[in-house]
Each structure stands twice: as structure tokens, then as C-alpha cells.
Design a protein around this ligand. Structure first.
Ligand code: ZN
Length: 152
């Protein structure tokens, strides 16, 4: 099961993941069965019609670990830890993970992570093509001349 588009407008798409406690219902299947089955992993690009990045919402159970090391061909990957405790291994170096930890790994970094705590570890994984960011996001913004109106 993967997230679905909940609402779509001319210039946006919305999906509702539900509270993080419910993210365990998402399962990612990589390749034809049996392939690799990743419970607690939801990829969002399809539901959100994203074209420049991929985001995954993840939950890992206590004692859980990714069972392999991996690298990427073109994507740098940023992990945002929302809850729980864990460890990430990057090129053999161990980094402690806790809420608020944000780690960006270049494509060649060989990585793996595990939940070392007693609570589920919730985290986001964000992938974008390395060297593709041309400007800081604040420089990309420009102000609309429209007045903001909210429904009463
Ligand atoms: Zn990855």
C-alpha cells in the first residue's frame, strides 16, 4: 500500500498520510515479488506528482535495521529524524540519530541505519539530484501582488 492523491488543484497536490503512528500500514515493494519488501515506507512523489525530488515517510520498529548498505547513482539523500533513536552508518562512521537529527548524504556515501531505541523511529527521506539546486529557495521566491484573503 502506498499513499494516494487526496486532493489536486491546478498548482498543487495533497496526500494525507495520517498520524505517524499509522505509517506502519504502508509497504513498499521493490522489484517483482519476493523482491525487497519494505514495511513502514511510503514514497510520496507519485501521489504528489512531484518532478524534482522524492520524499519517503518511514517508520522503523524498535530493533529494526535496514538489512543492506546502499549508495545512489545521482541522488543526494537527506534524512530528517522526527521521533525515536537510532544510529546511522556512513562509510563506516557511526552517527547517533534522535529527534531533530538531519543528515544529508552524497550519492557515494555507503549508508545503513537502525533503530536502537524502545520506540518506533519516524523519519523522512528526501532525495534530489546532486548539484541540481541552482539558487537558495528564498531567492527563487517572488511576491504576488494579490491581497491575502481567508474565509471568515
Ligand atoms: Zn537511499
Amino acid at each position: 500500500m502506498q499513499p494516494e492523491t487526496t486532493r489536486r488543484g491546478t498548482h498543487y497536490a495533497l496526500t494525507e498520510l495520517g498520524p505517524p503512528e499509522s505509517w506502519g500500514r504502508f509497504v513498499t515493494q521493490v522489484g517483482a515479488p519476493p523482491g525487497i519488501r519494505a514495511p513502514g515506507k511510503a514514497f510520496l512523489a507519485e501521489a504528489l506528482h512531484m518532478t524534482g525530488m522524492e520524499i519517503s515517510a518511514n517508520v522503523m520498529r524498535p530493533g529494526g535495521a535496514v538489512p543492506f548498505l546502499h549508495r545512489h547513482r545521482r541522488h543526494e539523500e537527506t534524512y530528517v529524524i522526527l521521533s525515536g533513536r537510532g544510529e546511522m552508518q556512513i562509510d563506516g562512521e557511526i552517527i547517533a540519530l534522535h529527534p531533530g537529527s538531519v543528515v544529508c548524504i552524497k550519492p557515494d556515501g555507503e549508508r545503513c541505519w537502525r533503530n536502537t531505541g524502545v520506540e518506533p523511529m519516524h523519519y523522512l527521506g528526501i532525495q534530489a539530484e546532486v548539484d541540481s539546486l541552482e539558487k537558495a529557495t528564498i531567492e527563487d521566491r517572488f511576491m504576488s501582488m494579490q491581497t491575502v484573503r481567508w474565509p471568515a
